[in-house]
Write a protein that binds this ligand. Structure first.
Ligand SMILES: [Zn+2]
Ligand SMILES: [Zn+2]
Length: 553
């Protein structure tokens, strides 16, 4: 069966939908890449103050106010408008190669006729050189006006894949913003959005009442100060949103101290800076496809709070590694990391959806010479139990005689314990999974990855048994917050009637365990490893290159 290539990209029935036909994204920068970070969404008004001279322009850059030097608070208000329009589809899976995607579309169309592929990402060109190509293909099924309709289709694909609902924007939001100058005696109405452009590099912009930790318990309000350009525009929800536009390394100055304590050893901070820079460039153009920015400022992408968290040590780490990224076969690596691996890192494919990455494979977190001579299979209960009871000689075990306090503190994440009464755990499971299993009888580990992290469990109850897949869902289902990791064993204390009284969890590590172990990196730095060696240890087969210099990366 042969179709024209374009027939795989979108259903012909969808041709009328603006935005449904993908285009190759080519990001091109003259030198250091400029990022757009979305950090405010859903506001009725946004107040701001600029520390030096600035211009205000519309979204096309046409001037509205020129050379303003008022240092008082300005205000922007939403003046009505309408939100964006979306269609909903099932995201079945993703792959790197177009040929593989075409094969999959053919295969899945036998299951359901409305399957198409969508190209994401593209080439990244800096100073005329191709430095990365992160093109990948998503396989999508259906296209519906409501999420509920798309949900009905999920089950069709859930045996073989981990499908989820995604939305695609088919119509942009519109609206007016009214901007008041500091004295509130002059205002102007602007269509769709405005840009606040500082006229010198030292000038900062403060935004008032920024919601912090959106979607989490610790939500609060704070004033935040940013370098670079701020864009205030009508968001998809027809309210105000704000975007910070700034050079990548300036962004990293805010991100690195949020991801790793500034008191960690310098070589660990450099490894963190290179990992973060690589992860940003690797993902550029593949996230927030419905938003007018590259990344959000929340945990979803990377926590970014402007310049408030900058520290001298982390700024130095960013500068010392300016432009440096890790690559694998000419592609910039999505260099993910987590706090403490627990002694063994995990394969990417055991934690997240495809495509897999050859440089994100689980490994024993110790120098080659210290790895055990015998076969250790942490996916087996017996080996994992012994491993958790022991304190193996690995980097993140913190078996070091001259440990700074900031690191010694993290020993409690290497091995941990949590206990619940049966009743407590029944309540947690009910709340977290929204399933009433009745009396909790047992929790059965069904599949573990190479680090011992659970990939699937079955919870046995008097009313029903439920299965929970994926490490984050498992950590969520068995805790009012999240269990520190999914690498744990379960011990049940039985009552006289054969009903459990309590459940004890004993585990290793903190976080997903894929890629760099941050505590391990800090200990390597104490042991005089340089940052390229640290990165080489955690990201197998990669090398450090400079992406901003001309010539090949
Ligand atoms: Zn995000
Ligand atoms: Zn580790």
């Amino acid at each position: 069966m042969h179709h024209p290539r374009s027939s795989y990209l979108a259903d012909s029935s969808m041709d009328h939908l603006e935005g449904s036909i993908p285009k190759t994204v080519i990001k091109r920068f003259a030198s250091e890449p400029i990022l757009r970070i979305g950090f405010m969404e859903g506001y009725e008004k946004v107040d701001f103050r600029v520390s030096g001279e600035f211009n205000v322009t519309d979204l096309d850059g046409d001037p509205i106010f020129n050379g303003v030097s008022s240092r008082l608070k300005w205000r922007s208000l939403i003046e009505g408008g309408h939100g964006a329009t979306f269609i909903y589809s099932v995201l079945v899976t993703a792959c790197r190669e177009e040929s593989e995607a075409i094969e999959l579309v053919d295969k899945l169309r036998r299951l359901y006729p409305q399957v198409r592929m969508q190209r994401l990402g593209g080439q990244l060109v800096i100073a005329g050189s191709l430095v990365n190509d992160n093109t990948k293909y998503r396989i999508l099924a259906g296209a519906f006006e409501t999420e509920a309709e798309a949900k009905k289709l999920l089950a069709k694909f859930s045996d073989e894949y981990a499908p989820r609902i995604i939305r695609e924007k088919v119509k942009e939001p519109r609206g007016k913003i009214e901007v008041y100058d500091a004295e509130y005696d002059y205002s102007v109405k602007i269509e769709d959005g405005m840009r606040i452009v500082p006229l010198s590099e030292e000038t900062t912009i403060t935004l008032y009442g920024v919601k912090v930790g959106s979607g989490f318990q610790w939500e609060s309000m704070a004033d935040r100060t940013y370098r670079g350009i701020i864009e205030i525009r009508v968001g998809n929800d027809a309210r105000l949103s704000a975007i910070s536009e700034l050079p990548l390394d300036q962004y990293l100055r805010g991100v690195v101290p949020a991801e790793m304590p500034a008191g960690y050893p310098p070589e660990a901070l450099k490894a963190q800076a290179v990992a973060a820079r690589s992860a940003v460039l690797a993902k550029l153009g593949t996230k927030h496809l419905n938003d007018p920015y590259d990344f959000c400022a929340n945990v979803h992408c990377q926590v970014y709070s402007g310049n408030v968290s900058e520290a001298e040590s982390t700024n130095e780490a960013v500068e010392a590694t300016r432009g440096e990224v890790i690559t694998f076969e000419d592609r910039i690596c999505d260099a993910v990391y987590s706090a403490v691996c627990g002694g063994h890192t995990e394969h990417k494919r055991n934690v997240w959806n495809p495509p897999d990455e050859p440089y994100l494979q689980g490994l024993y977190d110790a120098p080659e010479k210290d790895r055990p001579g015998f076969t250790l299979d942490l996916s087996k209960e017996k080996d994992l139990r012994r491993w958790i009871e022991e304190w193996p000689d690995v980097f993140c075990a913190l078996n070091h005689d001259k440990l700074p306090t900031i690191l010694a503190y993290s020993r409690k994440y290497f091995r941990w314990e949590v206990s619940y009464s049966r009743k407590e755990l029944e309540d947690i499971i009910k709340k977290r999974t929204e399933e009433d299993i009745g009396v909790l009888y047992d929790i059965i580990p069904l599949q573990r990855g190479v680090s011992g992290r659970l990939m699937e469990i079955e919870i046995l109850g008097s009313r029903k048994n439920i299965r929970v897949k994926k490490e984050l869902n498992i950590r969520r289902a068995l805790s009012p917050t999240y269990l520190r990791s999914a690498a744990f064993v379960i011990d049940i204390e039985m009552g006289e009637m054969g009903t459990p009284l309590a459940f004890h969890f004993r585990g290793a590590g903190w976080g997903h365990g894929v890629g760099m172990c941050q505590i391990g990196a800090a200990v390597m730095a104490l042991d005089d490893y340089r940052y390229p060696q640290i990165l080489g240890h955690y990201y197998t087969g990669t090398e450090v290159r400079n992406a901003y210099s001309t010539g090949t990366p």
